[in-house]
Design a protein around this ligand. Structure first.
Ligand code: NAP
Length: 429
């Protein structure tokens, strides 16, 4: 795709789009593949919104589809967001016209990746999305390019900086979830509607994309099992710490017999483990291959500068003309990833059972666990103030999840027990 001058249309001038325009204006010679890059047109919702960069010399488009279709745009950059609506329409329009597309939109790729890959490959143009996962930390390239000769067995890590920030602050300040979330919203680290982040859905979009790249399959967002951090209580953070763990929101895609388990859920990582030591808004990822073993990467998962750097790298790739299938295998050969039922997978678990402060409670809980075949790895009984009742806290050996859930129900029904036990998985290490 050698060209002397690439005319770029940028739709979306928010955090990432603004970061890209700032970078390009500060680096007018950005020409990693020879040739030049010039932004010729932009689109956003509000033309009059004050922006910290100058767009007065650029053609303005109210409609991003018109920008994507403009004869003055060779390369379309979509930085609006959202799985459907204008972002999808504009990306489709560009690809149908045979224009390369760069996007940071994980929701779009996770939910419509296969059809967009087919459009791109039919047109013979790249569709690149490095910024969509881990922002400025190159996870997509790692799987799409560097590990293409390896049989990946698992990818797992921390893919949502907002959740990691909240969990880190809850532990550091001894503050409950709602307080830290409100502060994160005030500081602009969390959206006004935090559901995508704290509900685990943003991480699910990202792990869906990584799973497709790792296993050469069509993204299958519907197959991801998702649990967020909104039910994480301070008492569990404190007790997990006593047992030598830290709670993290872990996203994983792991090959098993007959499919791949794609999941997002809070998990306990042992202190000293790289996931436990990933603090604040950082992201982290383990990539596990049959021959290579484990690779660990950690870095910024969001923010104008890092994310714009990833978008710029994709623009450079378009300019060099590197042509690879969008998801590792040609779009025509992509099959949706076969999901695996979590109930059949084995995991170590943390259980917190609130009991009445009376004799026999511990015996009743441990007898119930023994009845269903759950063996205890470690045990802690500690008075904790202001939580009502006495917590019995234990970790189990690896057990099928269906068995663990059965144990939880049986324990909840014991007369000595107050409420439903809290179960969290221990991250595989
Ligand atoms: N923020 C990050 O650190 C980060 C990291 C990785 C990936 N991403 C992804 O990057 C994308 C952009 O995120 P962001 O954080 O930059 O979002 P943002 O700050 O909310 O910016 C969104 C931009 O899209 C524009 N827009 C909204 N609706 C539009 C429409 N109908 N037509 C044209 N433009 C429209 C907005 O216009 P106005 O400015 O006029 O409101 C705004 O400029 C998303 O897919 C996000 O998931 C973000």
């Amino acid at each position: 795709m050698a060209k002397d001058n690439w005319r770029v249309g940028v739709a979306g001038l928010g955090t990432v789009g603004g970061g890209l325009l700032t970078f390009l204006s500060e680096h007018p010679g950005f020409a990693p593949a020879g040739g030049t890059v010039s932004v010729t047109g932009v689109s956003a919702r509000s033309r009059s919104r004050p922006r910290p960069f100058d767009i007065s010399n650029l053609a303005w488009f109210d409609d991003p589809v018109a920008l994507a279709s403009s004869p003055n745009v060779d390369l379309f950059v979509e930085l609006i967001g959202g799985s459907d609506g204008p972002a999808k329409a504009a990306v489709e329009a560009a690809l149908k016209l045979g224009k390369p597309v760069v996007t940071a939109n994980k929701a779009l790729l996770a939910e419509h990746g296969a059809e967009l890959a087919a459009l791109a490959e039919t047109a013979g143009v790249p569709l690149l999305f490095e910024a969509a996962v881990m922002g400025g930390t190159p996870a997509v390239k790692m799987l799409r390019e560097a590990l293409v000769g390896e049989e990946v067995v698992a990818v797992s890590g921390i893919l949502n900086g907002t959740c990691n920030y909240i969990l880190t602050e809850m532990e550091a300040g001894g503050r409950p979830f709602a307080d830290v979330l409100a502060e994160a919203q005030r500081l602009g680290y969390a959206e006004a509607d935090p559901t995508m982040d704290v509900g685990g859905f943003d991480a699910a979009h990202k792990i869906t994309i990584l799973a497709a790249l790792a296993f050469g399959a069509a993204p299958n967002y519907a197959a991801a099992e998702v649990e967020g951090i909104d039910q994480i209580e301070l008492v569990d953070i404190k007790l997990a710490r006593e047992l030598g763990y830290r709670i993290r929101l872990v996203a994983s895609a792991r090959r098993g017999e007959g499919g791949v388990a794609v999941r997002v859920h809070p998990a306990l990582a042992p202190l000293g483990h790289p996931l436990a030591e990933t603090s604040g808004a950082l992201n982290a990822l383990f990539l596990e291959g049959r021959r290579i073993g484990r690779i660990f990467i950690q870095g910024p998962g969001a923010g104008a500068g890092p994310t714009a750097a990833a978008v710029a790298a994709d623009i450079a790739d378009v300019m060099t003309g590197a042509a690879r299938p969008v998801f590792q295998a040609p779009a025509a050969a992509l099959k949706p990833l076969a999901g695996l039922d979590a109930a059949h997978q084995a995991t170590k678990a943390y259980l917190r059972v609130m009991v009445r402060d009376q004799p026999g409670a511990i015996a009743a809980v441990s007898e119930t666990l023994a009845e269903v075949g759950v063996s205890i790895d470690s045990f802690l009984q500690k008075p904790v103030q202001d939580v009502g009742g006495v917590p019995i806290v234990l970790t189990t050996h690896a057990t099928r999840e269906a068995v663990l859930l059965d144990a939880v129900e049986r324990i909840a029904a014991l007369p000595q027990v107050l409420g439903r036990p809290k179960m969290l998985r221990v991250a595989p290490v």
